[in-house]
Ligand binder design. Sequence first.
Ligand SMILES: N[C@@H](CCC(=O)N[C@@H](CS)C(=O)NCC(=O)O)C(=O)O
Length: 155
Amino acid sequence: MKIWGRTTSSNVQKVMWAVGEMGLKHERIDIGGPFGKNKEPAYLAMNPNGLVPTLEEDDGFLLWESNSIVRYLAAKHQSAVLEPKDLKTRALASKWMDWQLSVLGPAVTPVFWGLVRTSASWCGAIATSCRSGRSFPISSAGTPPSRRAPRSTST
Ligand SMILES: N[C@@H](CCC(=O)N[C@@H](CS)C(=O)NCC(=O)O)C(=O)O
């Protein structure tokens, strides 16, 4: 089994956490972010979104969307912890996973990039938005107010 995706992606980390919990034999391949190659035809043929992670099974089965990968692996390996037998318990776990991906993540990501990943060394550099994969320049406009030079009021 192969997991395609860089370890700095929270969605790849989610899958790797599940893989680790279940002790599954795997190979992880760096792709996306600074490693690139995720917009190349070979990868797009596996995942037309050009995003990470993607799971590739030994028999050729392909799956993308991190939550779907976690649920698939948990069901396949009958993990009672990650895929509880009780339907309602499982549904509640699933609810929080989807809430993280659809509500919490989009709200927190801009704050994370603006405050945590913006530092003096990043200023003027090009960063890649985790969510969209789009590139945008980090300039002083992206620097937290506490780090900005005070504006001169003199004319
Ligand atoms: N809903 C998707 C989102 C995937 C996604 O947005 N992945 C980001 C990394 S967190 C990505 O591929 N960004 C482009 C890149 O890494 O080059 C999932 O949960 O798998």
